[in-house]
Design a protein around this ligand. Sequence first.
Ligand code: BGC
Length: 736
Amino acid sequence: MNKETKQSIEKKVDSLLSIMTLEEKIGQMNQYNGFWDVTGPSPKGGNAEKKYEDIKKGLVGSMLTVRGVDQVRSVQKIAVEETRLGIPLIIGFDVIHGYKTLSPIPLAEAASWDLEAIKESAGVAASEAAASGINWTFGPNVDISRDPRWGRVMEGAGEDPYLGSKIATARVKGFQGDDLSDVNTIAACAKHFAGYGFSESGKEYNTVSIDRSTLYNVVLPPFKAAVEADVKTLMNSFNELDGIPATGNKFLQRDILKDKWNFNGFVISDWASIKEMISWGHAEDLNHAAELAVEAGCDMDMESYAYVDELVKLVKEGKVDEKLIDDAARRILTVKYELGLFDDPYKYCNEELEKTVIGSDANRAAVLDMAKKSIVLLKNEGNLLPLPKKGKKIAVIGALADDNNSILGSWRIASDDNSGVSILEGLQQYKGNKLVYKKGADVTVGQTAFTEELTINTTNTEDFDDAIAAAKKSDVVVMVLGEHGFQTGEARSRTELGLPGVQQELLEAVYAVNKNIVLVLTNGRPLTINWAEANIPAIVETWQLGTETGNAVAQVLYGDYNPSGKLPMTFPRNVGQIPIYYNHKQTGRPVNSDNNVFWSHYSDVENTPLYPFGFGLSYASFEYTNLQVSKSNISSEDTVEVSVNLTNTGKVAGKEVVQLYIRDLVASVTRPIKELKGFEMVSLEPGETKKVTLKLTKDELGFYNNDGEFIVEPGTFKIFIGGSSITSLETEITLN
Ligand code: BGC
C-alpha cells in the first residue's frame, strides 16, 4: 500500500471513530460464528436470535464460518442497511489448505520446500474463498512443533524456525497478494500466538512451558516473519505461557507484537479463549476475563461474548481505558478499509466469480502440481519404484486406497465430502498392468467426522485372507496404509504413532507371502514405522494431498513425476524419543567417550531418528563435492558465499533441495548442533553438475539472547551442506 492510501485510510478511520458510540466501537471487536441460515426465515437455535439482534444493533464487527455469496450477502446486508453507521462486517473462515479445491495439508506442502508453489497454493485458496464472499482466513498456522503426538502438526510447517519463517512469508503473501482490495485476495492471520505447538506431552489444549531461548529463537521467528510480510491479523492461542494464558498475555501481545515488532494489524482471540481464562483459573468471571484480554492487547473476541457483554460496563466503571477500545477498533476498521469493504461491502459477493473460480481447471492443476511436489520418497531398495507401466500383476491393498474422503485431510470445512481422487482411482488410470484391489481391513469403524471422536478398527481382520490371496498372485503389492484424515487436526492427539488399528498386522501378513511391497503412507504427522523401514523395500510418504491425491500419487509411483520432497519434521523411532528434532543442543555429554554408561542416551533405543529432518530420496541420485566458502575469516558486515558442486549421478532427471546448516561452536547462550540457514531447489539432467551458491550474512549467524535481543557473537562456525540434516560435507568460518 502506498503512503498516500495509508494516510487517506488513517483519516477515514479517525473520522469514523469520532462519530461512533462506545457501544459501536466495542461492537467492532465482537465476532460471532454464523451457524444459522441467514437467508432463511427467522434465525433459530443456539444464540442465533441474540446474534441476529446484535448485528442489527451494530454490535458485531465480524462473522466467521458464513459461506457462499448468498449467505454472505444476506448477513452483510443487515450490517450495511440496518445499522446506524452501516459498517460492513469482515467475514472470516478457516481456509487452511484450500477452500473447495483442496491442496495438500500444510505439513505436506512444507515437505515441498518450494516457496513459490506454496505461495501459489495459498493464492488459489484465497481466490476460491474470496469468490465465496469471504475476506479473511484464519491461516497460516505458523506454530513450530517438535511433537508429532500433537494432532495440529498437520496444520503447520513442521519443526524448523528457518523453514517455518520462509513458509509463513510465502503463505501470507499468497493469501494477501499485492493488493488486499483485489477481489481474489483475502487478509491472512498468523496463528496461534504463541507456543501452542509446545503443548505438554502433545496433549491438546495442555499447558506449555518454554524457556526464553526457545521462545525467541524457535517459536517467535515465524510470527515475526509473518508480521514483516505485512500479515493483517494474528490469532492468540489456547495455551498459557509462564502461567498466563496467551489470550491475556501482555508480554506476548503488547510488549513483543505491538511494541517491539510494531504490528499495526489486529489480534483476534481463539474460539472462546477469553472465556477459557476462567477455566484456567486466571480470570474470576467473564467480566474479569474481558478486562484481562483487552488490557493484554487482544482486539477481537471470537465467540466468548465477553467484549460485547462486558466491555461497556468496564469502561464506564473506569476499569478499562477507552483509549484501548479506540485502538482496537481503529486496527479492525483499518483492515476493513484495506480490504475495500467500505468502497463496496459486496465486492466479494459476485455469483459469476463464485461459479467460475471455484473448482476451476486452473485451480485443480495448481493443487495437483503442489500435491506432486509434497510427496517424499523414504526408501527405494532395488529400485522397486517407479513401477513398470505394463505387463505386471499389481495388487492394491488397504482401505485408504479406495477412500476419496480421508485423503482430503482435516480442516477443510468448505469442501465437499468424498470429493478427492482416491489413490486407487489414480492408479487405475494406468491401464497397462493388471490391477486388483482388496481392502484387507477397515481403518475406522462407523462414521467419521471433523467434530467427532473416531473409532479405529482394532479387531476385525476378516478381510485379511482375501488380500493375502491377491498378494500371492501379484508381482508387486501397493499397500496404502496410515491415518484417517480426521486422525490429525485439532483435538486429535495420539500417544502411539504406529500404523493405527490392525494395519501393521495386515502389512506383516501380506509381507509373509510377497515381499515386493510398495508402502504408500497416507497420514498427517510423522509415524513410527520401524518394522516397515527394516523390511519393506519401497516407502512413499504421501500425507493427505487433497483433491488431486490419487493423480499425484499415481504419477509418482509410475515415474511420470520424480519425487523431490524432504521431511519438514523428524520421524522418531518410538514415542519415547519425543520431542525429537534435528536442531537440538549438544549437552555436556554428547558422546560415549569413556566407554561407560554416563553419556546422554537411552539404554533401549538409539539417539538417532528413523528419518531425519530434511530427508527425502529421488529416482535420481545426487553427489555433493567441492564445498567452498568465499572467505573464511569474516567481519559481521561480510556476506559469505558457500558453494558446492551437485551432480546427478542417476539415470533420470531430478530435483534436489540443497540444504545449508551452521553451528555456532561457542556462544553466550548455547546453540543447536545444527541450524538450517539456507536452501535451494536445483534441477539436474542425468550426469549434469551444477555449482550451487548460498549466502550467509549476520542475519543467519546471529541469534536472540535471553532478553530477546538479536546478537551476533564472534567465533567459529561450522558450515554443513547436504541433502538432509545429516549432511555430507563441512567446513568452518571465523567471525572476528
Ligand atoms: C481453532 C482455530 C480456528 C478457530 C475457528 C479454533 O478451535 O483453534 O485455529 O481458527 O477454531 O474455527
